[in-house]
Ligand binder design. Structure first.
Ligand SMILES: [Fe+2]
Length: 383
């Protein structure tokens, strides 16, 4: 008998105006001193001030930590934690995309559990709930605002640590599409393809359940319908809102069904070359699904259908190929780089990257398990 558990924040606000509602929610929770974890570009865009002005107007102290790097590091976590302790903050607000959310989770987890963020690499290594975390999302997306996944780069080892811990789940997640309008097209494309990767990997995962399938299927269909529009016109609030829902659904799927080799391999590219997570996923996604197809053809046929392809009359194997072609077409339409060579990935590094990918917890639920040589081959195919 297998028991599935379903993790999600207790409260999740989605839609235009969600930020205003959140201030009321924070007031009702009674918190008084926030550490706001964000990054410098969001401060410069004036988006962080939209939040901190509202907090201050409600007599809530806002201490801003804007030192989160695009692939947040153990040093980022330590710096944010020092600021939190100095100002005796009683809760954390993450404001941004995946990087501020992951950095904030690291800070909030160590704030109550002690030690160093490296101590929590792996699954459920902490013993206490983290300091309460309100996660306000500005991309669509990593879904880190609602997951128990926290990815932190260990600079010394040049790897991304996967910290999968129920205690990193925020208490409140917020997706307000008005905060997403300023995102440049390339970031919209990369984060949107990350969300598609979450949904596809969760759908073909060995840990998928009827609940995660339902979430993944709706996510794939929404991304197929709305990602191109959100990239073509960043001010299209309707496309932004649909993508916010899509990435949230994809997050519900992978937070509970986990992921696969696309993420296990992309984490190595991100950790070693400091490349954008969504772009690495987008390039690897068709190659990993081609490897998975012999064992996941029916699910990939469903992907094809959800992306609007006519596959009812086809055998599953043929339909899986059409799914992979549809994913490639979507990536090309939103101007994702064609291959890893365009990202300056060096063929000589592949054996090392493959070794580390096989140690990444995300690969455990990939539907077809690979040898070191096979992971090398998938990397080579994507060059
Ligand atoms: Fe991801």
């Amino acid at each position: 008998m297998t028991v599935s558990k379903f993790f999600i924040p207790a409260v999740n606000s989605l839609g235009q105006g969600a930020l205003d509602v959140t201030i009321d929610d924070i007031n009702n929770l009674g918190f008084k001193r926030a550490l706001v974890v964000t990054d410098k570009p969001l401060v410069e865009l004036g988006l962080v001030a939209k939040l901190t002005d509202k907090l201050v107007a409600n007599d809530i102290t806002a201490v801003v930590f804007d030192g989160t790097q695009p692939n947040p590091t153990t040093a980022n976590v330590a710096a944010g934690l020092a600021l939190l302790q100095k100002h005796r903050c009683d809760f954390v607000i993450s404001f941004g995309g995946g990087s501020p959310h992951d950095c904030a989770k690291g800070i909030a987890l160590v704030a109550t559990n002690g030690g160093d963020i490296r101590d929590y690499e792996g699954v459920d290594k902490s013993t206490k709930p983290q300091l309460p975390l309100v996660a306000i999302n500005t991309t669509a997306g990593t879904a880190s605002e609602m997951t128990r996944f926290c990815i932190i780069t260990d600079e010394a080892r040049h790897i991304k640590m996967a910290i999968v811990d129920k205690n990193t789940t925020p208490i409140l997640s917020v997706n307000d599409p008005e905060l997403m309008l300023a995102k440049p097209a390339a970031l919209t494309a990369a984060t949107g393809m990350d969300a598609l990767t979450h949904a596809v990997e969760a759908l073909v995962s060995t840990a998928a359940t009827p609940i995660t399938d339902a979430c993944a299927e709706k996510a794939i269909s929404l991304i197929g319908k709305h990602l191109r529009d959100a990239v073509a016109d960043g001010t299209d609030i309707s496309a932004r809102e649909q993508m916010a829902y899509a990435q949230f659904l994809a997050g519900m799927a992978f937070n509970n069904a986990s992921l696969g080799y696309v993420h296990a391999m992309a984490h190595q590219l991100g950790g070693f070359y400091d490349l954008p997570h969504g772009v690495c996923n987008a390039v690897l996604l068709p190659h990993v699904q081609a490897f998975n197809a012999p064992l996941a053809a029916e699910k990939l046929k469903l992907v094809a259908k959800l992306l609007g392809e006519e596959v009812d009359a086809l055998a599953a194997d043929d339909a899986a190929e059409i799914a992979i072609a549809a994913i490639r077409r979507l990536a090309a339409d939103v101007n994702i780089p064609k291959n890893l060579s365009e990202l300056d990935v060096d063929a000589e590094d592949i054996p090392m990257l493959a070794t580390n990918a096989l140690n990444d917890a995300c690969g455990l639920t990939n539907p077809r398990q690979a040898t070191h040589q096979e992971i090398c081959q998938i990397f080579s195919n994507a060059l």
